[in-house]
Design a protein around this ligand. Structure first.
Ligand code: AMP
Length: 280
């Protein structure tokens, strides 16, 4: 497995791989890898010759008061995990190299970032699209894999890929969950053992939505109210940020919930902000 920290070296290797006819898969991450991340690497491996996993905790996508300083780091553990599933290349750039003192060029997707997470976290997506565009330019992938866990992020990045004309196949991979349904996330380690069982409240709410649709209830308000009740009943120390029913790629809100619609939920659970979603 190759470990690369220099942007120049990464660019050179990417060019060499392409010149020798090898296809490149890219999986951008912020490290603290879990089975969800590994499933993306595995998917990229099955579709390309060389997979580049990037590990970079991107300061530009954290707002004030968000958890940049406390973001969990586990470089050694991450590298062992990537190696264990046969990941070939790991790119770990330094923040100073990515964002020089003079840095002043940003990539911004407009409408899609004004809703859901974009409303709750201003400037978050500008940070995400900028770093991913830079990673595209440095690694020149043929294919990239993102998780549906961060559904809006995937939709925004797909839009950016199309709008900027990157010749990259864009794959959105399903959410990997713990046994009890909790979507895997590096934030889950913030729960104490007592709190952890209650973290499934988002998943239970999403399942409730799915069941209601099956029973032919399609009123978004009725379903949202029931979802809120499920979250409250599962975790008294929770606060729902939003529940939204949207068309998959446009993120347009729908009036009636039906098959193919995505329901997303964001909530603070014992002080930990979680997001999850499900296609109905
Ligand atoms: P992060 O390290 O949180 O920035 O995530 C890196 C990539 O992993 C993103 O494309 C995420 O959507 C994806 N990801 C995070 N959690 C999961 C999960 N539980 N299942 C599948 N993909 C995930």
């Amino acid at each position: 497995m190759q470990l690369i920290r220099s942007i120049k070296k990464m660019q050179t290797l990417a060019r060499e791989l392409t010149a020798s006819g090898k296809s490149i898969g890219l999986v951008p991450t912020m490290g603290s890898l879990h089975q969800g991340h590994l499933s993306l690497i595995d998917r990229a491996k099955r579709k390309t010759d060389s997979v580049i996993t990037t590990i970079f905790v991107n300061p530009a996508q954290f707002g004030r008061g968000e958890d940049l300083k406390n973001y969990p780091l586990d470089e050694k553990g991450d590298l062992a995990k990537i190696k264990s599933i046969g990941g070939q290349i790991v790119f770990l750039p330094r923040a100073d190299d990515i964002y020089s003192d003079d840095f002043q060029t940003w990539v911004n997707v407009e409408n899609l970032t004004n809703t859901l997470e974009g409303k709750a976290r201003p400037a978050h997506f500008r940070g995400v699209t900028t770093i991913v565009a830079k990673l595209f330019n440095i690694t020149r992938p043929d294919l990239v894999v993102f998780g549906q866990k961060d559904y809006q992020q995937a939709v925004v990045l797909k839009r950016m890929t199309l709008d900027l004309g990157y010749p990259i196949k864009f794959v959105i991979a399903p959410t990997v969950r713990e046994r009890d349904g909790l979507a895997m996330s590096s934030r889950n380690r913030n729960f104490s053992p007592d709190q952890r069982p209650e973290a499934i409240c988002l998943y239970l709410a999403l399942r409730t939505a799915r069941e209601m649709i099956k029973s032919r209830i399609d009123n978004v308000k009725t379903i949202s109210n029931e979802m809120r009740a499920v979250i409250r009943a599962t975790c008294a120390k929770s606060k729902v940020d939003y529940i939204a029913f949207t068309e998959f790629e446009s993120l347009k809100p729908v009036r009636k919930a039906k098959r193919g619609v995505i329901v997303s939920v964001a909530a603070s659970v014992h002080g930990v902000r979680l997001i999850d979603n499900m296609k109905l």
